[in-house]
Design a binder for this molecule. Structure first.
Ligand code: ADP
Ligand code: MG
Length: 681
């Protein structure tokens, strides 16, 4: 099998240079890769329905006799139509083909064929455009449908796959060892490959699929666990004493029970009683107080004589976090420093020296922290916030700044537990399922743009009372920059709200400018902050009590929820106004969900349901390789099995060098190459 990955696709019959390029384009440059290029769907020809009762508008097979020979008519230059009528006795069916003179010879009057396509039409009239056709005796049971590209049809791909299957060595070495196949009732690789492409029954297809899904998830888990083990040598575990009591007494508020629990769980992990460093995910809705949890842990780490670091995805957020952590920790005499890309060289040099010398206790920053030259004296705790924005490799790089540091991941995107397991390997999970007391529900309204003026009136009242407001600016028009669109909108607002200070925040601004604007907003020198979604994460201004979001339909549910979480952070009743003229049903559903609930878990579930996990965790967000056949949501049970097997396998053969594991090892390397990781080299 491995050798087929060296065999170029052009070595197959009928695949010339040009076609080989197309195969490369769809992701099958070699014969081996082609065998792993699974169909995206199947046509089941095995149960034709009577034309009269066949479902409309979904592809299905019918079995019918040709009544008349195809009639040719030229629709326009370059477009010739062929039309014929067929029948199965229940009803006639008009069939059309375009630019396919071949059907004139192929379809013989009086003969029976299978036609596969979408039936349309109304009362007693049925049509099928460009069906697949097969003589009765040659009809496949189930035929594969591949992702095609211009010049390379699904049928051509099927032809090449047919040849590739004949080239499989006999016997083939199955990468999944036999004992595991037996234990989990998985079919052999040969059966799986033959039947994922050309199944004779739907049952065989299911068997093949299950095995390939298992294999893919096993490879994924082996890779993730291996990546993790590189940072988990566990030669030395930093032992952190529990100083949380002191910290909680210094807090200006009483911690929620959920916060206490999360802190206690993490301190137990870090207490030196286990053989591993901590790897914990703290999930909590916006406003649940994750920062205080992180602060409590940093506090105990520093009290135990070590350093901590917190990495966040944006500069604005880094500054905010730095400020709040200073508020928590400086009264205890701890030193908190900020490292971002915009530090002057002189300041940076000084900071790096102090960090290395151990004068800085907690370093807060953006991914600048993982750059070369940043060295700690004694890093014992690594915290990442809004983790879903960092990739696996960034997390690994950050952990490598210390000697096996404890790891805390904070996420405001509630993820079902099993999915979290998949993405984070074997992180333990704490959930902040409680908001600090006194939080009020944020009233949320969806309005049409015709009522925007009324919303502006509402905003004006709040500003008159000294409150502040966020406005998320409209969709950027094509050919216009982000900046131009924010500024234009701000100009309009300035005219509408004379005498009110309007500030502007967008992604193109220099960090210094952003910081200045944010600072003014925090100080209430700005009443209306017009922004793109850069305020999405983390920013905390309790006096801002209204948020208006233009073109609300263009955001996903989780993003809207994050945005809305910027208000409602103080004791005052807050509101969120979603402006949208969307007609499309899914968008309307989304806005409705927002108006109905403020429960982040419910919103995340809806988001997953509406958009599917693919979008929810776009590759660039989680840093995981793309999967070909497994589905994160649907295959959770298999995922858990695969994880168990992976753990067991690595505990016996940590680098998969044993003969029985070599095939899997090669696959892990291949899968993770996509995301720039070099597992097992
Ligand atoms: P998030 O979980 O979204 O990161 P933050 O950590 O930013 O939430 O906390 C939101 C706000 O709630 C902050 O102003 C913080 O000081 C405050 N806060 C956190 N915990 C509590 C608590 N137990 N009681 C009252 N206010 C709290
Ligand atoms: Mg936060």
């Amino acid at each position: 099998m491995a050798s087929l990955f060296e065999k170029k696709i052009g070595e197959l019959k009928g695949v010339g240079e040009k076609r080989a390029k197309l195969f490369e384009k769809v992701g099958a440059p070699t014969v081996g890769a082609l065998l792993r290029f699974y169909p995206r769907a199947y046509e089941d020809w095995s149960h034709p329905s009577p034309i009269a009762s066949a479902p409309l508008n979904v592809p299905c097979p019918v079995r019918a006799t040709v009544l008349s020979s195809p009639v040719e008519s030229r629709v326009r230059a370059g477009m010739t139509l062929y039309k014929t009528t067929v029948s199965d006795g229940s009803l006639d069916l008009t069939i059309t083909f375009f630019n396919n003179p071949y059907v004139k010879n192929f379809l013989v009057v009086g003969q029976e064929y299978l036609f596969y396509g979408k039936i349309t039409g109304g009362f007693l009239h049925r049509e099928m455009a460009v069906p697949e056709v097969c003589p009765i005796h040659a009809a496949p049971a189930i035929s594969p449908v591949y992702r095609q590209t211009e010049g390379l049809s699904s049928r051509m791909i099927a032809g090449a796959v047919g040849q590739a299957i004949k080239l499989l060595p006999d016997p083939i070495k199955d990468p999944i060892p036999e004992d595991i196949r037996r234990e989990y009732a998985l079919c052999h690789l040969r059966f799986a490959l033959e039947n994922i492409h050309f199944p004779s029954t739907m049952e065989d297809l299911a068997v093949a699929k299950r095995r390939l899904i298992f294999e893919e998830l096993l490879v994924l888990q082996l890779g993730l666990l291996h990546l993790k083990s590189r940072t988990r040598q566990d030669i030395h575990i930093h032992t952190i004493a529990d100083h949380s009591k002191e910290f909680f007494e210094l807090l200006p508020f009483a911690p929620t029970n959920a916060q206490r629990r999360a802190v206690a769980q993490a301190l137990l992990d870090m207490g030196g009683k286990t053989a591993y460093a901590m790897s914990r995910l703290v999930q909590g809705d916006v406003g649940s107080g994750k920062t205080a949890v992180a602060a409590a842990l940093c506090h105990s780490v520093v009290r135990s004589g070590m350093q901590a670091t917190l990495m966040v995805p944006t500069e604005v957020l880094a500054r905010q976090h730095c400020q709040s952590l200073r508020g928590f920790l400086e009264p205890c005499g701890m030193r908190v420093a900020l490292l971002t890309g915009s530090l002057t060289p002189a300041k940076k040099r000084k900071l790096l020296e102090e960090l290395k010398g151990g004068d800085i206790d907690l370093l807060v920053g953006t991914h600048a922290i993982i750059s070369a030259g940043v060295e700690f004296k004694n890093l014992a705790l690594v915290v990442t916030d809004e983790q879903h924005r960092f990739g696996v490799s960034q997390r690994t790089a950050l952990a490598a700044k210390g000697e096996n540091p404890h790891l805390l991941v904070m996420s405001a995107t509630p993820i079902p537990r099993t999915l979290a397991l998949m993405i984070y390997g074997d992180l333990d999970i704490s959930v902040l399922d409680e908001l600090p007391p006194g939080r009020q529900k944020i009233d949320t309204y969806a309005i049409r743009s015709t009522r925007r003026e009324r919303a502006f009136g509402f905003i004006q009242q709040h500003i008159a009372q000294g409150y502040q407001c966020y406005m998320i600016c409209p969709l950027v028009e094509e050919g216009k920059s982000d900046m131009a669109s924010v500024q234009e909108y701000a100009g309009m607002l300035q005219t509408r709200f004379p005498g009110v200070t309007v500030g502007v925040l967008h992604g193109k601004m220099k960090p210094k400018e952003k910081e200045k604007v944010m600072g003014e907003f925090v100080d209430n020198a700005i009443s209306i902050l017009v922004s793109t979604t850069v305020v999405e994460v983390g920013v905390d201004v309790p006096n801002a009590v209204v948020m208006l979001i233009e073109n609300a339909e263009r955001y996903g549910l989780s993003q809207l929820h994050q945005l809305r979480g910027r208000v409602g952070r103080g004791p005052v009743k807050s509101s969120c106004i979603l402006v949208s003229d969307a007609q499309n049903e899914e968008a309307i559903t989304r806005l409705k969900v927002m108006c109905q609930t403020s429960d982040g878990f419910r919103i995340a579930d809806e988001d997953l349901r509406l958009r599917g996990p693919g979008d929810f965790f776009g590759t660039n967000q989680h840093g995981l390789p793309d999967l070909k056949i497994a589905n994160m949501m649907e295959d959770m049970e298999t995922l858990q099995q695969a994880q168990e097997v992976a753990k067991e396998m690595l505990s016996q053969d940590a680098d998969l060098s044993g003969d029985a594991h070599r095939g899997l090892r090669a696959q892990v390397r291949q899968l993770f190459r996509q995301v720039g990781e070099q597992g097992f080299n």
